[in-house]
Write a protein that binds this ligand. Structure first.
Ligand code: GDP
Ligand code: GDP
Length: 438
């Protein structure tokens, strides 16, 4: 499970600045998922080999009224979702009554928490932090988010305290079984719960009484046509007993965790609403994560021909970046198209987990290069010598040669397209790495 770090503090202490710095350190995996509300932003950070989710909450100023009160409540929900809270205060402005109110709240919650004094650039950090001891939240740490000073050390400490180990390079890979883990994700009300019930089959009686917080998904193991699956239910169908849970059943943290934990993601989109910004953000995250993907455009029942054409055009245009995935137009309510969904899930899984030998990949590389040579650079032809598989789910193809740094983007795309075609990769992104030497 990815650890979750929430940034809280009154407005203007530097939370967004810190959030941007943390999520920017992540090259390909930056994913901002703006929450449903205006004030929660979710991103993924990476320190060394350790990943984490970071939430930027709006601000709690302590004297909220009206909309501010609602926003503050949202901040409190984010605190609830987090494993650890970084409570930011402003080292230049000094201690503020609002800081004291937030500190009170955090102490009452008994949440694991660090007091972080920001903006200590150009001032004496020890002097700046001294007045914050009185908040009773332990030793204040000092950073300058705008300049990155103290930031890595802060996150390092936080992850260490949470007991998140550095992944061991030599660790044996997780034992593989043929159990397909499917995450069903999507915005609220797109039909996830309805689809989960359909996929499990209505006659199945499953009693789930897993205790857990709102951020935990439910993992449902089952079998279909002899194939074992685990369905990761982010909608919490089986647990929706209380109104509060029904309201909060949608959680971005839960969605991000489920994506990380799945082999194949089924992204559900409400065809009647069309493809929204939220859908695009979520898909962006799925693609960055490298998971296999199946798209389900739901609520296809009862739409006029004209409406259907309109949606299809919009889907083609807006979801071009996910064109490696199979698209399905389904009705979870009536069960139409759900069987086909399984075919695509299985296909995407097979591609995502496929194993190719170095011989096979090198032979393919030779054929592809023979058809179309890489260009010359500095009067020397770029040589691509051999290829091996560097990982699965997503498949990683490592191509070795010389001057590979100078390989033009167009040639890389040519190579990638040919590999995808000849290896018959369907429903999963595939990554290429180019190495010079050996
Ligand atoms: P938020 O409202 O808590 O999200 O605060 P912002 O991240 O928007 O920052 C508020 C202001 O403080 C901005 O003008 C930032 O440029 C400034 N700021 C943030 N971090 C630092 C810092 O480390 N040093 C200084 N001097 N200014 C900072
Ligand atoms: P969730 O929030 O994503 O879990 O969405 P639900 O499964 O709770 O569905 C939200 C609403 O959409 C409910 O009223 C469902 O009955 C309705 N719904 C779900 N799937 C379909 C569908 O395929 N067609 C139609 N017409 N309505 C659907």
């Amino acid at each position: 499970m990815l650890p979750v770090i929430a940034l809280v503090g009154r407005p203007n202490v530097g939370k967004s600045t810190l959030f941007n710095r943390l999520t920017r350190t992540r090259d390909a995996l930056v994913a901002d998922l703006p929450g449903l509300t205006r004030d929660r932003k979710y991103g993924e950070g990476k320190l060394g080999e350790r990943d984490y989710i970071v939430i930027d909450t709006g601000g709690i100023s302590g004297d909220e009224e009206g909309i501010d009160k609602v926003m503050a409540e949202q901040s409190l929900l984010a605190i609830d979702e987090a494993d650890v809270v970084l409570f930011l205060v402003d080292g230049r402005a000094g201690l503020n009554p609002a800081d004291e109110m937030i500190a009170d709240h955090l102490r009452r919650e008994q949440k694991s928490c660090y007091l972080v004094v920001n903006k200590t650039d150009g001032i004496d950090p020890d002097v700046a932090r001294s007045e914050f001891f009185s908040l009773g939240l332990g030793d204040p740490l000092t950073i300058a988010a705008a300049h990155g000073r103290g930031v890595s050390a802060l996150i390092d400490l936080t992850l260490d305290e949470l007991g998140i180990p550095e992944p061991d390079e030599n660790a044996v890979e997780e034992e593989e079984d043929d159990n397909i883990r499917i995450a069903i994700v999507g915005r609220p009300n797109v039909g996830k719960s309805t689809l989960v019930n359909r996929m499990l089959g209505e006659d199945r009686v499953v009693v789930f009484d897993q205790a857990g917080t709102t951020r935990d998904s439910i993992y449902i193991p089952y079998e279909r046509d002899g194939q074992p699956y685990t369905l990761i239910d982010t909608a919490g169908v089986r647990r929706r007993k209380h109104i509060r849970e029904a309201v909060e059943k949608f959680s971005i943290v839960k969605t991000l965790q489920a994506i990380k934990d799945a082999n194949v993601v089924v992204a559900v989109i409400d065809a009647r609403e069309g493809v929204t910004e939220q859908d695009l953000h979520m898909l962006g995250f799925v693609i960055d994560s490298g998971r296999a993907l199946v798209l389900a455009l739901n609520k296809w029942d009862g739409m006029t021909q004209e409406q259907k054409e309109k949606v299809k055009t919009q889907v083609d245009r807006r979801l071009m970046f996910a064109s490696f995935a199979r698209f399905h137009f389904i009705s979870a309510l009536h069960g139409t198209g759900v069987g086909d969904l399984y075919r695509s899930i299985n296909e995407a899984y097979d591609s995502a987990m496929a194993k190719w030998s170095t011989n096979q990949l090198t032979k393919l590389l030779e054929d592809v290069v023979a058809d179309h040579q890489p260009p010359q650079v500095n009067n020397r032809r770029i040589k691509l010598r051999y290829a091996h598989q560097g990982g699965s789910n997503p498949p990683i193809i490592v191509v070795h040669g010389n001057q590979t740094d100078s390989l033009p983007g167009s040639y890389k795309r040519y190579l990638e397209n040919r590999f995808i075609k000849f290896l018959k990769v369907k429903g999963t992104p595939i990554r290429f790495e180019f190495r010079t030497g050996d």
